[in-house]
Design a binder for this molecule. Sequence first.
Ligand code: SAM
Length: 234
Amino acid sequence: MIETLQMSPVGYVRSCFKEKFAIPRQPQLAPAARGVLELIAPFDQGDAVQGLEQVSHVWLLFVFHQALEDKPRLKVRPPRLGGNQSMGVFATRSTHRPNGIGQSVVKLEKVEAGRLWLSGIDLLDGTPVLDIKPYVPYADIIGEATNAMACAAPVLIPVQWDEPALIQTREHEQRLGEPLVALIEQCLAQDPRPAYQNPTPERRYGAQFWDVDVRWHYPRVGLIRVLEVVLADT
Ligand code: SAM
């Protein structure tokens, strides 16, 4: 019986998400969330990705490198359940899990030798990827599948902009060549705030997307207003 395994990444993701906060809880929830999987030797050669241009989506198997723990947990508190209900780790997609392995189906935008251009990602910058597999619709779509704990995508809340913040964002969007307005709206609409926090309108929240810091608040429950989008300190 094999008791321990050693694995090495095939590459690392360069992602729009520079911190865990405000990353969607699953892939596909923010189509404007883009990144590049940079493959490392020997997988950085064209041979390793030959044929992938025929594929629209791929499964990524990766390591939650910023959530690794020495002691395995049997029960976790998924944020989706409000963070106050515990569940068996294997009933959840929690980042706190044995071996720290995550899996996401993401859209493959472009294939180059050594680089896969991705969208709809839910991965932090620097995420080590262990393997890549093509999505196979006839086998991977399960029409009758159910999950009573996670039966639908999160309910979206409206995102409004202070006019100067929107102007700032459009400027950064042009500079970056990335759909930044859409990215911010898609991520914030999922309400990244932990469920147990009841924010006052004065409380400010912030997260970094690409190289900009985005600051927002909740003028009332169920509404987000973006206040400022500025270059992050690097
Ligand atoms: N789709 C994957 C899965 O089901 O295995 C990930 C689901 S997990 C609930 C998604 C969260 O993982 C994101 O919201 C983000 O905060 C966190 N995350 C993403 N990449 C990570 C990384 N490399 N290390 C630690 N946490 C990460």
